[in-house]
Write a protein that binds this ligand. Sequence first.
Ligand SMILES: C[S@@+](CC[C@H](N)C(=O)[O-])C[C@H]1O[C@@H](n2cnc3c(N)ncnc32)[C@H](O)[C@@H]1O
Length: 724
Amino acid sequence: MRRRRQRCSNPKDDAKCYIDTGGDKAGLDVQYINAIKGRGIFTSIPFQTGDFLIEYRGELISQQECETRLKRYPVRLKGFMFEFHFDGKLWCVDAAKEHESLGRLVNDDHRNPTAKMKRLSVQGKPHLCLFADRDISPGEEITYNYGDSDWPWRCKGLDEVMPLETCEATQDTSPNENIEEMVTNSDCTETTESYTKTTGPVFSPLGRAEKHCLRIATVSSLDRCASCVGPVSSSKWLGYECRECSQVWHQSCFRNIQDDNLHYLPKSSENGFRDELQSNQSDSEKGQISDECMSEFSVYNLEEAVKPANCQRVVQAVKKVSGFDDKHHTYSTPSLALKLGHTLLKINDIIHCRALMAEDDELIKSTKMFEKLYTSKSSEFVSHSALNTLSGAKYNKPSTLPFTEDVQILHRHLDKSVESAICKLKEEATPQNYAELAKVALAQVIVFNRRRAEEVSKMHLKHFNERDNAELHQDVAKGLSKTEQRLCNYFSRVEITGKRGRKVAVLLSPSMLDALSLLVLNLKNNELDQVADFLGHDIRVHQDFYRLPVPTTQLAKISKLLLTMEKGQLSSIQGKSLDEIDIEDEISFSDAEDVNSDSDDDDETAATECGTSQPVTAASTSVITEQDIDHLETVSSTVSETAPPYEGRDHEKARITIKKPWAKDEVAAVMRHFKLYIAKGHLATKSECQHCKLVEGKVLDERTVQNVRDFVRNRGIARKRQSQ
Ligand SMILES: C[S@@+](CC[C@H](N)C(=O)[O-])C[C@H]1O[C@@H](n2cnc3c(N)ncnc32)[C@H](O)[C@@H]1O
């Protein structure tokens, strides 16, 4: 948790302020340094000598607990254990657990440290705090002396590093002194010796006299192979670890070492449970279960977790994490219970494969047994109650629908937020402004498309860049209504990878596109591999190019649907299938729009004859504005006759809708000819309408042939609706 910089009268009080609030100072940031050092803490503002900087925060534990944890912690976690004397006893601050506090990430520097560790007693409890040892400029790393020990990185420079052991430091026990300097030297004699031994003078694979007792282990990206000292590539995850000193070797490196001091004992690994999980796509749930297993059920590593004998214990952990209620046999998060059950089997499978590679017969047998046991018993252990809870939750669950007004408020809010985020980012390109725009743009895309957050948030830059920017082809356009054509030009369609690798289409309005383009910058116009698609003529090519292309149809149909939903007009399309939804009814461009032209010829006439609508071309439709779309929807419910005329509006609007209320005698004239058509919902052809006009003469003088056709069509639709 980061807090604003608080000004306290002196460094000691300043430190107390931060101890009380549990936050870290502004002006300190985490930065990744390199694969060896890992992360470090850097200043972004100047600090003066003596200033309080940061607290080394973690869990305060007794010496006994510290020893227990040191036994089971993997090497890299041991580096977070800070031992010190207080009140005549040895204590330890265990900062192994990843948390937001920055103090745990401060690195060692014994030559020119910028900070000094001091112990501060607040309400009888010791706290470890770092104070500036000299003036520190912005951009400098906060470091302190870990103590006089042969820390591996000190021996041979930074690029020849071995894993480190516990960071032991300090002593001093003056209980009444509130703040005092940590003495980092005197207590470290033992550590120094052990390090001299462990790491040895050189970083040869075995730079020491002791014998190593090796067992199979997973080499994580934070471990360094004692042989090659190199970073761990994904292909080198399988290795050996010494039971005594915790050094690790890649399996491949180990094969090249000829040394009597190395003894491989083909026993199951005792790597930390958390370690394993981390090397295998850990997530928060798995973290939870590992914690639970470790703290409550004494299961510390994966091999143990999937041992048939431990099955029940792990199940208990799963139940606990998922909030199992023993009394009612229900879960608070049943889906988590199911997911964890699935994960356990996956973990078992991974270990089984490793066991196969390591030719560890014992482990192979045990993983096989676990699988069998878990598969046959899982319904009894977990799934049964979890599924019951899930299905039970479905009953009497009020189905909530947002009100139209709420939907509109949400959309307006999102629009405004995107606009302001874009302005802010254009003004100042800071990570905060970038993040703000990213968040709100993502929310807008998710809400508009009714997509799952996980899907949209994983939209690849490649997919975005490669979205189809081509203009609507005229052959394709012929198969679409004019509304659909306009929407095709208005929206962009990006295909992303959905659940189980499914192709999922996401529609983007111009404002969403602006926001995303600003986020990705350097947007390129990628010429897709379209040519390649044409090289063969299989069914896919046929579907793509000989039928009305699916993406275009989706763009046309779904965008209308989404727009209707966005405007909260869902009720008007209730009960209709996608094919049945004739959204012209809902989003009408004009009276004169020709939905079902009988011929191309008809279409052309429709566009010009009434004089209220321009022919739809890519050029004309690409200028459609959001107001246009809004407007289209505002007029949507007022189908035809009763809509007020739009004369006097600007050209943009006029081209969309000019309506004249139908007089009684006009209606009667048309009805004389098309009553039956309307009753049956049939459309009138152009020549039939022409005939009607001719016969009726003056009464229909004000109406074009197309107006008559639209009248028949709209009345037919209205009749159909009434009868439904
Ligand atoms: C308390 S942690 C510090 C944070 C750590 N750098 C990280 O990214 O998690 C101590 C560990 O940092 C690394 N470390 C600290 N000081 C170092 C230095 N001067 N050179 C190389 N590694 C260092 C060692 O791996 C040590 O175990």
